[in-house]
Design a binder for this molecule. Structure first.
Ligand SMILES: Nc1nc2c(ncn2[C@@H]2O[C@H](COP(=O)(O)OP(=O)(O)OP(=O)(O)O)[C@@H](O)[C@H]2O)c(=O)[nH]1
Length: 405
């Protein structure tokens, strides 16, 4: 059988959805690098003959399970976090920043359940500088978009719920986007009722007020306004640039899929990210040059150039990205201001650029993104000649703060 992912092969039986809990890892990406994938292919015929579903491709490679002792390797140590004072980085060339931040608006948000049982909130943004749908992937209920929650003239409660401007969970028959209204209508004292898991009859439907609805005290953190000095840890943030090849078609030329997956895993884990997290997913494919140009760059790399040189040969900057949109989206998510964030990155430009022209966002700590293959001695993560070369060019030419030690 050719070395293709199982879902590319009509010869394999359809996959069954894994049940939550069976797969503790968190994975956006497919499993091109998963040793189990090869086992899957080798064993596909015998599995088919035993009529058992093959293991899902939607989970395995990059993210180790949270449950100790499972078969994929785990790296339970919290990620390395380094305090950052960007005002001290002034001797390095500063990234170019827009004088004024773009305006952004969260158009719609929806709950995305995952095969691991974790949920995330996908936000689609519009903005004043391009027509792309930039995204925020939010973990936890503490981070909310101001522009999403803002009232829009003439809208109905159904309009609000349809665009995702509701609190708590939707359920058939829910008629109000606002949880306080629901609780008032039910005559339920928010805290007292949650302990008993009481169900309150609301209009034509039932709402379990203990299920995903916020009490008044947690509703204040719902706005993102956690006071500095509170004992909650800083929210974890990743600014991620789109990479179709690394995130969708199992490319081992880069570590982008692994990084996206790892960011989600960290943010979904309440012990590592107790105040939640957000991945700002910018549609800046190929470091801003687009997919077609990136593929040309790959051909130039196969001809012996590195990723930096290939961009220049195509008359593009080595890195054509900007981060003003990310800054504006973080502010909209309540992650701006002095309280600060922890930023998952190795890229020094990103640390400074995301802070914005007037330090609208403050990066208090940088959390390093170490390739899983390095952390696990090659047992997990992306392994290829190409990715090794890519990583060394990131370190040597883009000055990424990444070392094997
Ligand atoms: N032009 C070009 N873009 C690439 C190449 N490989 C990956 N990319 C793009 O690079 C972006 C990711 O950039 P990276 O340099 O890997 O990482 P980073 O976002 O700068 O830094 P980290 O935050 O540490 O991950 C994505 O948009 C990818 O599509 C390549 O060889 N050429």
């Amino acid at each position: 059988m050719p070395d293709l992912p199982a879902h590319a092969s009509p010869g394999l039986p359809p996959h069954h959805s894994p049940s939550p809990g069976r797969l503790d890892g968190f994975n956006f990406s497919s499993s091109a690098h998963d040793p189990r994938r090869h086992a899957l292919q080798d064993g596909a015929e015998s599995q088919a003959s035993h009529n058992e579903p093959p293991p899902s491709l939607i989970s395995p490679a990059f993210t180790p399970p949270a449950t100790p002792g499972s078969s994929t390797p785990s790296h339970p140590r919290p990620p390395r976090s380094i305090p950052v004072d960007t005002s001290l980085l002034s001797d390095a060339p500063a990234p170019s920043l827009l004088e004024q931040l773009p305006t952004v608006d969260c158009e719609v948000r929806a709950r995305i359940p995952t095969t691991t049982g974790h949920e995330m909130w996908l936000h689609v943004y519009r903005n004043s500088v391009d027509t792309k749908e930039h995204l925020a992937i939010v973990f936890g209920n503490a981070i909310r978009s101001r522009s999403l929650d803002a009232e829009r003239p003439g809208e109905t409660e159904l309009d609000r719920m349809t665009r995702g401007a509701y609190v708590g969970r939707l359920f058939p028959g829910r008629t109000s986007s606002r949880v306080e209204q629901i609780k008032r209508a039910a005559g339920v004292a928010p805290k007292a009722s949650t302990s008993g898991g009481a169900k309150a009859r609301i209009d034509s439907g039932y709402v379990d007020v203990s299920d995903g609805l916020l009490s008044p005290s947690s509703a204040s953190s719902d706005s993102g306004d956690v006071q500095p000095g509170s004992d909650l840890e800083l929210p974890l943030v990743r600014i991620h640039s789109e990479c179709y090849t690394g995130e969708t078609v199992w490319s081992a030329r880069c570590d982008c899929g692994e990084q996206l997956d790892e960011a989600a895993r960290l943010m979904a884990d309440p012990t590592l990210s107790p105040s939640g997290g957000a991945i700002v997913y910018l549609r800046q494919e190929g470091r801003g040059i687009g997919l077609g140009e990136k593929l040309k760059a790959y051909n130039l790399q196969d001809l012996g150039n590195d990723t930096y040189e290939a961009n220049l040969m195509l008359r593009h900057p080595a890195d054509a990205r900007s981060y003003g949109l990310a800054t504006a989206m973080l502010m909209d998510l309540g992650l701006g201001g002095d309280r600060g964030i922890r930023l998952l990155t190795n890229n020094p430009d990103k640390v400074r650029a995301v802070e914005g022209p007037a330090r609208e966002v403050v990066v208090r700590e940088r959390v390093a993104m170490i390739p899983l293959a390095w952390k696990t001695g090659g047992k997990a993560g992306i392994k290829s000649e190409e990715v090794e070369k890519y990583l060394s060019t990131k370190i040597e030419k883009f000055k990424h703060m990444l070392s094997q030690k």
